[in-house]
Design a protein around this ligand. Structure first.
Ligand code: FMN
Length: 335
């Protein structure tokens, strides 16, 4: 990540906002597109969606792009909280500029909380871990804390219960079938799944997993069919994984942003608990699959994204995905 140079004129507030925004560049995003642009001016940090990074086939209305920006927004808020910096956050402040998703304005110092510091540390170690999880149950108190974190961030977290898993599998299978048959989907994957090409974006193949039999199949980043079936495979991975759905009351850009903030809260809380996670959005990309998911979890609200949660199989956090140069994603206006 290219360093950002401060000049002597950079104020303390400007520096605080900048270091929080730099931490937020580690946020996860759809196919690692990092569809955000930050601008820091005086005591304000502005977050904009970067439409050039929207996925035309996978995300035609920009829902998952906005959600990814919501994750980055929450990461920045966590980093500010851990630095003892108070901010006022205005979501979608200007109807004439819909891509201006949020403005954070520094309001003064606030007491640091232990939880903010824990979540701040989690930002640096969190990864999307697609490797099979251990056959060890996810502790219920940790799941309760994730649910509370999502709620505090403005959305709900529905923990999929055993009776609902079959419908989630159906939704995932349907999404995979529809997407694999769509050349435009395969073009989105081809554009963003690659070894680091210097852009600092995209999903490196080293972070993906071969298609094995799983309780709920994960996205195939090759765009090919899975060759393993839960019926004939000797071993089915993720038998103890939990699946959680971030749900919003409505389905507007404001809700997509809130869903992203809640996703961030869930992922960072899980990481701080020593758990591994990977987001799964294929089920919400295809209208019929999203509807199946919605019905499966009680026909209430709008499923925004699914999170796979489990006990990590290995001690290491797994391979890291690249990030754009900070100087490309952040503009600093001094004064
Ligand atoms: C909105 C959104 C949707 C995502 N969808 C998927 C998915 O369907 N399958 C998957 O394996 N990872 C998914 N991810 C994880 C991203 O691929 C991952 O965040 C990105 O490649 C960066 O890697 P990192 O999370 O390890 O930093 C998603 C992430 C976000 C924020």
């Amino acid at each position: 990540m290219a360093a950002i140079q401060f000049t002597d004129r950079g104020s303390a507030v400007n520096r605080t906002l900048t270091s929080a925004v730099l931490a937020a560049l580690d946020a996860p995003s759809m196919l690692n597109t990092q569809p955000w642009q930050w601008r820091i001016a005086g005591d304000r940090a502005e977050l904009r969606a970067d439409r050039r990074r929207q996925l035309p086939a996978l995300d035609p209305d920009g829902r998952l792009m906005t959600l990814s920006c919501g994750v980055a927004l929450h990461h920045a808020r966590v980093a500010l909280g851990a630095a003892g910096a108070g901010v006022d956050v205005t979501h979608l402040p200007d109807a004439d500029e819909p891509d201006l998703l949020a403005v954070l304005r520094y309001t003064g110092s606030v007491p640091k909380t232990g939880n903010a510091e824990r979540l701040r540390r989690a930002i640096s170690v969190r990864r999307s871990d697609r490797r099979p999880f251990l056959d060890v149950a996810v502790p219920a108190p940790a799941l309760d804390r994730m649910r509370a974190a999502a709620e505090a961030a403005g959305a709900h977290l529905h923990l999929v219960n055993p009776a609902e898993v079959t419908a989630v599998v159906v939704a995932a299978g349907h999404a995979a079938d529809v997407e694999r048959a769509d050349p435009a989907y395969r073009a989105d994957l081809a554009a963003w799944v690659h070894t680091d090409d210097g852009s600092g974006t995209g999903v490196p193949p080293a972070t993906t997993e071969p298609n094995g039999a799983r309780t709920v199949p994960i996205r195939s980043f090759t765009g090919r069919d899975t060759d393993a079936s839960v019926y004939d495979a000797p071993e089915v991975a993720d038998r103890f994984a939990r699946y959680a759905v971030v749900v919003t009351d409505h389905d507007t850009p404001r809700d997509w942003l809130a869903a992203g903030e809640a996703l961030s809260a869930v992922l960072l809380t899980a990481t701080a608990e020593g758990l591994a996670t990977s987001p799964m959005s294929d089920m919400v990309e295809i209208v019929a699959a999203r509807e199946t998911l919605r019905r499966a979890i009680g026909n209430v609200g709008h499923p925004a994204i699914v999170v796979r949660i489990g006990v990590p199989g290995r001690g290491d956090t797994g391979p890291r995905s690249p990030r754009r140069a900070a100087s490309d994603a952040v503009e600093i206006v001094e004064g």
